[in-house]
Design a protein around this ligand. Sequence first.
Ligand SMILES: [Zn+2]
Ligand SMILES: [Zn+2]
Length: 99
Amino acid sequence: MKPALDACELCGRTGVETTEHHLTPREMGGSHLPTADLCRPCHKQIHALYSNEELAARLSTLEELRADGQIARYLRWIRKQAPGSLPRTRKSRALREKG
Ligand SMILES: [Zn+2]
Ligand SMILES: [Zn+2]
């Protein structure tokens, strides 16, 4: 399957590979509810920050996601990243100090 280049509905970057995000997670009954096309970093970030329960309860629309403090901060950062670059996860301080 060849990934199509598209626009991310959350960060708004174009020319990115998108994946389908169930705004209400399937596990929470969202199989037939709206989905959003998100770039990989955005999709990963959402699921890294929030559980399916939290997403279903208070972050089930793009507006709610954008209004969330932690996601808003992430969005300000990702918008400066080039579409093709997959951002690296920073090492924790403990790992860096080990050298
Ligand atoms: Zn994105
Ligand atoms: Zn998802």
